[in-house]
Design a protein around this ligand. Structure first.
Ligand SMILES: NC(=O)c1ccc[n+]([C@@H]2O[C@H](COP(=O)([O-])OP(=O)(O)OC[C@H]3O[C@@H](n4cnc5c(N)ncnc54)[C@H](O)[C@@H]3O)[C@@H](O)[C@H]2O)c1
Length: 339
């Protein structure tokens, strides 16, 4: 099957290095010629002069889109109008309303939620399925990255290009993972701040979400974490599942399953370790291929992206209200003491 690529940066390169057997990347486009050249060097594909050359249904059946956030939706719209299938990186759009305008038609939209394809998450899901009577009480997540010079000058820090900060960058991953386990989450409270970087978007966000039955998801995402960290913990009535690490700079990927004994006290602990190599990109690309071939359901698609962007919208709205309330309290201390 022939695929094309638009956007040949860090993530475009990861996708190009993880093409499934039977897929050929035939063309790529990036306004940065050097980056397009690197993808061509990896895959042998031709370098297009414009995105329209890549989006040619007589040459490709599907396209990988990994551009900056502001460029994504016009490209995906065009791809869908031409009947192409699309694997597009999260968050897909800068906002819920921008994404809502997309009409996928008959195209398959696979969203790059690669964290779903980590082996620890597959194991976690399968353990939870094996124990249907052991219901989830709450989920807790922490995700953050260390620093690089000039971070606050990159496209991620410019609201018109990114749509938002850390919440939209790493936050959507943990929101998406929690939503797989608790599909009906809605936002109870959100709080975004810019603590460190000189930029108009958040570098830290906290959220509390819950489903109608009261199962709760809390998270903190940070781009002033200094040492990369990922943890995702699911607490059921009888177990604590602790997924730590994503491999590489995020530390070894492990799943701990702590099971309470009937007499309580210290639980029994099982530790599972996974290869340090991150195979989630290949697994996700393969899911996209199989979905096009009708062999698998899309694991993480358009509806999932819409849900995560709705949560992002509600968290930012909630946070803005909180900041306005705090300001009012500072200005009118007597008023708020009586509330
Ligand atoms: N799944 C993940 O874990 C993960 C991780 C990081 C980034 N992402 C997502 O991947 C996307 C790309 O992020 P990145 O880290 O690779 O950024 P990047 O800056 O490394 O690459 C973005 C590329 O897009 C190109 N570009 C800009 N405008 C374009 C246009 N109109 N047409 C074609 N190319 C264009 C840029 O020249 C650049 O090469 C973003 O949407 C980001 O949110 C996903």
């Amino acid at each position: 099957m022939n695929w094309g690529m638009i956007g040949c940066g860090t993530i475009g390169e990861r996708r190009a290095l993880a093409l499934p057997a039977g897929v050929k990347l035939v063309s790529c486009f990036d306004p940065n010629q050097e980056r397009a050249g690197k993808i061509s060097g990896i895959t042998g594909c031709s370098i297009a002069k414009a995105e329209d050359e890549v989006l040619d249904p007589s040459k490709v059946q599907a396209v990988l889109v990994a551009t900056i956030n502001s460029a994504i939706i016009p490209i995906v719209k065009k791809a869908c109008e031409r009947g192409l299938h699309v694997l597009v990186e999260k968050p897909v759009a800068r906002s819920f309303s921008e994404l809502s305008e997309l009409n996928p038609g008959k195209s398959i939209i696979k969203v790059g939620f690669n964290h779903r394809f980590h082996p620890a998450f597959f194991d976690l899901l399968s353990e939870i399925k094996k124990n249907p009577d052991d219901s989830i009480m709450f989920i807790r997540a922490q995700y953050g990255n260390g620093a690089r010079l000039g971070f606050d000058q990159e496209w991620r820090s410019k609201v018109e290009l990114s749509g938002g900060g850390e919440l939209l960058d790493q936050g959507v991953h943990v929101i998406d993972l929690a939503s797989v386990l608790l599909p009906e989450l809605s936002v109870m409270q959100g709080y975004s701040r810019t603590h460190y970087w000189n930029m108009p978007v958040d570098d830290n966000t906290w959220g509390i979400l819950a489903n109608p039955q009261g199962a709760t998801f809390s998270f903190h995402v940070s781009s002033s974490e200094w040492k990369n960290e990922f943890r995702f913990e699911v607490y059921t009535r009888q177990r604590k599942y602790q997924w730590l690490g994503l491999g590489r700079s995020y530390g070894p990927e492990k799943l701990f399953i702590h099971k309470m004994k009937s007499e309580m006290g210290p639980p029994e602990t099982e530790e599972r370790c996974y290869p340090s190599e991150d195979n989630s990109w290949l697994a996700e690309n393969t899911n996209f291929l199989h979905a096009i071939q009708g062999k698998a359901e899309v694991n993480g698609g358009y509806r999932d992206a819409l849900h995560s962007l709705k949560m992002v919208q509600d968290i930012y709205a909630n946070s803005m209200k909180l900041h306005a309330d705090l300001k009012r309290r500072e200005q009118h201390p007597i008023w708020w003491q009586g509330q």
